[in-house]
Design a binder for this molecule. Structure first.
Ligand SMILES: C[S@@+](CC[C@H](N)C(=O)[O-])C[C@H]1O[C@@H](n2cnc3c(N)ncnc32)[C@H](O)[C@@H]1O
Length: 241
């Protein structure tokens, strides 16, 4: 995955805001998310894909998911557009190839090149931070071709208290949960000023909650995390034939 297309790049101001946000968030990302909750997410992902299938993880961040999948013996390739996140990815997973493509820049040829014939395309906690989640889902469905597409999403509008409860339910220590809350409180201004601003899912403005990805694109397995109860209780997997 060496080539880079120029398709659908964000405007300059948006690109600057995104770069600034992920540069700041990268400083704290591992402290926030290298945690039992991520182990649970990966276990749920593993349960929804065939053993031995290689995985293309898009928006792979600092490599927390990719590293766990690789430890389970999977061949993993990744994309991560934010340079600061990608640098940490490369330190964490030097053996996993990672390119700089955003979802909007992926093409079927790039995915074929990365995965060969089979494989699975995976996005963990990414779709809701893109500028246009519907377009991102449609793009992923298109470039994945016949391959399974696995989307991990937090419950819409999950707040900090829900996130903290999900971490605690997954087994994070009390000081760990307190640290998670504290770091997020410190990051609050950056999140408010620079954080992701996804457009509402088209046709759902004003609706109670977004439709699941399976209502937007065919053939998608969804894992929902971070509900108010606990991740384990809220996990729901849907797959279209
Ligand atoms: C919340 S992090 C999740 C990282 C990783 N998947 C994980 O679960 O640890 C979201 C990641 O999505 C990336 N991202 C944001 N917009 C993207 C896009 N349009 N295409 C691909 N990745 C994107 C960000 O740079 C960030 O690294």
């Amino acid at each position: 995955m060496t080539q880079r297309s120029n398709r659908r790049r964000p405007g300059r101001a948006t690109a600057w805001r995104q770069r600034a946000f992920w540069t700041i968030y990268a400083l704290a990302y591992d402290a926030l998310w290298d945690a039992p909750l991520t182990d649970e997410v990966v276990a749920a992902v593993e349960a929804s894909i065939e053993p031995g299938e290689p995985v293309l993880e898009v928006g792979a961040g600092t490599g927390l998911v990719a590293q766990r999948l690789a430890r389970h013996g999977r061949r993993v390739v990744a994309t991560e557009p934010a340079a600061a996140m990608r640098r940490r990815f490369q330190e964490r997973c030097p053996q996993v190839p990672v390119s700089a493509h955003a979802i909007e820049e992926l093409t079927p040829d790039l995915v074929d090149e990365a995965l060969g014939r089979g494989g699975v395309v995976l996005a963990v906690h990414v779709i809701h931070v893109t500028e246009d989640p519907v377009r991102a889902l449609e793009q992923l469905r298109c470039v994945a071709g016949p391959r399974p597409l696995v989307i991990v999403t937090p419950v819409r509008g999950a707040n900090l208290a829900q996130l903290a409860r999900a971490h605690a339910a997954a087994g994070r220590s009390r000081p760990g949960v307190a640290g998670f809350l504290l770091v997020h409180a410190l990051l609050a201004p950056a999140i408010a000023l620079l954080g992701p601003r996804p457009a509402p899912r088209r046709g759902t403005e004003g609706a109670e909650g977004s439709p699941p990805p399976s209502a937007i694109v065919r053939g998608v397995a969804e894992v929902v995390t971070l509900s108010s109860a606990s991740f384990r209780a809220s996990r729901a997997t849907t797959r279209d034939p």
